[in-house]
Design a binder for this molecule. Structure first.
Ligand code: TYM
Length: 332
């Protein structure tokens, strides 16, 4: 059995990294089995959120899933906070997670910064809740971008710790699916930094809802280097901006990186930028238009999320009940 689960945080706007590293792959995988795509609002509040904005972003992420091609007849779309099993299992799994494992999480270190004393417990426990998201459905596959690999490894470790403790084969160890050419999309302003929602410069990323003019402007201003584009992949190792722009071109055009390199070998950046702009607008434009149209009927989005939560709950509850039985909680 294949059961896919993945999610995105309703924080700020979705960008090209979210699309190419995750959402595009979800759409491609969705006829393989059962799929659950979650808007992880519990995770979002690990950093301060304005309540009104959080509601809007939660709907917007759901709209982005649908606009990008997630079919609600085939896949379950829901908000994490609508299925209480995530939080409940999160607590239980926290009792199987040594601090040493959490101390290794690079995303926590990055987000907490230097001021560890004031970092919040929720941010620290974030990866445990993510493990619960996955394990509460016995998901087998988790399509994500490269930056989530460490969290997936932790999920497998926690599942293994639980199974060993009770001598059961209860939680399947989920497989990360890090697919496509653009598993780690980099900033347009600095090819050594990840494209991220939290980068203060909006010019560093292409948002899913950017207008064609803005996309063109951001690509035109994207950082480059002085040389012509290379002939071989090895030459890209020391040229992060060229690497990133070629990767974006390959992923958006559905060609291999090798083919993209061959196409622009010896050319100036201006040619790559012109063609990248064209394909980015062609791919993102229709998704942005659908998102805007969907956001005009928030009641319809809310209904989809309610229906999704009901279906997700039906899968999660028996698994949570069995977890509680294994742990030794008195049946309610
Ligand atoms: P989030 O919301 O930061 O990102 C959502 C997805 O987008 C991918 N991604 C990228 N891929 C390539 N290049 C980039 N620059 C880039 N930036 C983001 C992420 O890898 C992710 O797949 N912890 C998760 C959300 C989560 C989750 C889960 C995912 C919570 N529970 C359970 C899978 C399963 C996160 O913060 O994603």
């Amino acid at each position: 059995m294949t059961r896919i689960l993945s999610g995105m945080q309703p924080t700020n706007q979705l960008h090209l990294g979210n699309y190419l590293g995750a959402l595009k792959n979800w759409v491609a995988l969705q006829d393989r089995g059962e799929n659950l795509f979650c808007v992880v609002d519990l995770h979002a509040i690990t950093v301060p959120q304005d309540p009104e904005t959080l509601i809007r972003s939660t709907r917007e992420i759901a709209a982005a899933y649908i606009a990008a091609g997630i079919d609600t007849a085939q896949s379950i779309i829901f908000a994490q906070s609508h299925v209480s099993a995530h939080a409940e299992l999160g607590w239980i799994l926290g009792c199987f997670t040594p601090l040493g494992w959490l101390n290794r999480m690079t995303q926590f270190k990055e987000k907490a910064g230097k001021d560890r004393e004031n970092a919040l417990l929720g941010l620290y426990g974030y990866p445990v809740l993510m493990a619960a998201d996955i394990l509460t459905y016995h998901a087998t596959h988790v399509p994500v971008g490269e930056d989530q690999k460490q969290h997936l490894e932790l999920t497998r470790d926690i599942a293994g710790a639980f199974n060993r403790r009770y001598e059961v084969d209860f939680f399947p160890l989920p497989e990360p699916q890090i697919l496509g050419e653009a598993t780690r999309v980099m900033s347009l302003r600095d090819g050594t930094k990840k494209m991220s929602k939290s980068d203060p410069s909006d010019m560093s990323r292409i948002n899913m809802t950017d207008s064609p003019d803005l996309i063109a402007q951001k690509i035109r201003k994207a950082k480059t280097d002085p040389d012509a584009l290379p002939f071989s992949p090895d030459e890209l190792e020391t040229r992060p901006e060229a690497d990133n722009l070629l990767t974006l071109y390959a992923a958006l055009s559905d060609v291999s990186k090798r083919a993209a390199i061959a196409r622009f070998a010896g050319a100036q950046f201006s040619l790559l930028k012109a063609e990248l702009t064209e394909v980015a607008i062609e791919k993102l434009g229709p998704i942005a238009a659908r998102m805007t149209a969907l956001m005009e009927d928030t009641a319809a989005i809310d209904a989809i999320l309610r229906d999704g939560a009901e279906k997700a709950n039906a899968i999660a509850q028996p698994i949570l009940a069995e977890t509680k039985r294994l742990v030794g909680f008195l049946p309610g």
